[in-house]
Structure formats: C-alpha cells, structure tokens
Design a protein around this ligand. Sequence first.
Ligand SMILES: [Zn+2]
Length: 358
Amino acid sequence: MATGKLSLKEMKCSNCGADVQFLPGLELTVCGYCGSKFAVSAPAVDVTVDPPDLIAPFRVDENRFLRAIRGWLSEGTFTPDDVLTSEIETKGTYLPFYAWSGEYKADWFASSGYDRQEEYLEMQGDKLVKKRRTVTDWRPSNGVINGKYLIYTLASDSVDPSLARFCEEVPPSSAVSFDPSQLEGYALEPFEKDRTEFLTRVEDLVDSIAESKARPRVPGDRCKDLNCTTTLTSQNCARVYLPFWVTTFLYGGQPFRCVVDGSDAARIAGTRPVDPDRMQKAKRLMLPGKLSILAAGISLVLLPILGMPFLSGAHKWIVLGLVALSIMSAIAGAIAKSVMLSRSRNLRQRLLEEMNAH
Ligand SMILES: [Zn+2]
C-alpha cells in the first residue's frame, strides 16, 4: 500500500475537455484521449492526488502502438486506400480503474428437465400404429456454489462508452505495487468517479458470474428458471492504473476513436473509416446478377399468365436462358468485386509495409 500524496501537473484538453495529469518535468504536447495537440500556452496547474494501490506498467511503447494501430487500420473490406495517411497522434495514458475482488456464495434454484421415451398409438388410415416420442419430466433442483471474482470498473467519464467496455475486459492482471517512476513519460487520467457509484453494478456482475457457474451444475437433460441468490462473502476494492493508448484521428473530417491495450498490442478496439464509394461500386457490380434472376422469376410466372404454355417450348428456353445469364453475371460480378477489394487490400498492405520499414 503506497503512502503519502502524489504531486502532479494537470491540464485540461481544449479539444475534448479531458483532464490529463502527468509528472512534473514531462512536457505534455498531445492529449491522451483525442490525440489533439495541446496549445503551447495551455496552463498546467499543480495538483496532489492519492496514489493508486496498483499499476500495470506499459509494455507497448509508442512504436509498437503505431505498428499495431496501422496494421489494424489497414484491415477491413471497405477501408479507404489512403486511411494510413491520416495523422495518428496520442500519448500513452494510464486510465483509472477500481479492481473489485473477493469471494461469493450463491444459492441456486432451478427446474431440471429429464427426458424419457414414451410409446403411444396413433390412427393412420384405419390402422393403429405404435410410435415413440420424447417427453420431459420437470423436477425442482437446488444447490450452493462458492467462487472468486475479479471485476474492473473504469473510474473515468472521458472514454467513449463503447471503448470503456473494452477497456474493462482486462485479461488476468499483471498489476504490481505502485511506484511513481512507472508514470515517467506517460499521462494519467484522474479518478473522477467514486467507488460507491459502482456497488450495484459489481453486485449484478458477480450475480451473472455465479449464474454462469451454476448453470452447468444443474442436473438433468435441460434446465429452466435458474435463479441465483448471491452473497458477497468478501470484497476488496483497489485503485489501479492500467496502460492504454487512446486516440481519435480525423478521416474525411470525421473523428474515429481507437484504443490499444498498453500491456498487449493485440488488444485493439475502435471504428475504422469506410469508403462509401467502394461500397456502392461493390453493390453495382452484383446488380446484373440480381436483376437477371429477378427477370427469370418474373418470366417464369408472368409469361404463362400472358398465354405462353408453362415450361414448354419457348417459355422453357426463355426461363433457362435468364437463369444461365444470372449465374454468369453473378459469377462475373463476384470476380470483379473480389479483384477490386483485393487490389485495395494489397495497396493498403504495401503502404503499411513501407510505413513500418521507416
Ligand atoms: Zn483531448
């Protein structure tokens, strides 16, 4: 447990409004949330905060982050070719979390279904036939389970809600005791929310953990009406800083948010830009195939109504011809589409390799 206060500098990002803290001596030039450059004249104020209990140090440096985010950005079916040319700037930022851990006890009640085969007689025509069917007998069941939990809740409002859920899915922790030197070179997001704000959510999460543990224990062939009454038998709450690279970049004037886990560069979440022209073009390429299958369907129904004998002579050849046409144009469309998409993918891949080589 760390003791004493931590002396930091604090700045407010003029672009996104996030409060960003950092060790005195560091010159913070980029916001850790939106990647926007701080105005040089932005005033930093002195603050003192309670140090966290634990910290997971950064394992992904700025170079690894850039490689990871560019690799991720270059993927996707309809990603624009020039997406990698957008400027990506950010600062590695420690986000504040409460780590809730402890043990729970859950009493569960359920209906267990037991299947059995039953023979019965049925009239078929004028005969009685012996048949079999499965019937389920339901009987109440119950039990008790004990288990452990570890839940992370993000104690900041600045992160986009969809990305916040991703950040909270922390893999088995590598957090160690806090040491101020681990903050060097990185930004910090202050603890904005009080731990009491999360008590109900933590209880609900432990409840669903208990339920998923109880479900496989319910006897019988099937289970319904599973109900758990969960009690937290112990609870610890630690303040933890976890490392993230959060960035917002502009493409076509629109902001796109992404986050890379600072302890595992393979963990990336966010939204990629999509090229609407290419999406339209792909749809257009598949259109002739769709239109000719529609024409085949219409002529199959409509021509007999207009007096042509159904599927004989001319009608048969018209329908068959349109079906063949639709198959050929569907194949041609699919080939043209895949050539277009793989050309774009190769272009992005080449650009990525060039950028990574530098
Ligand atoms: Zn910002």
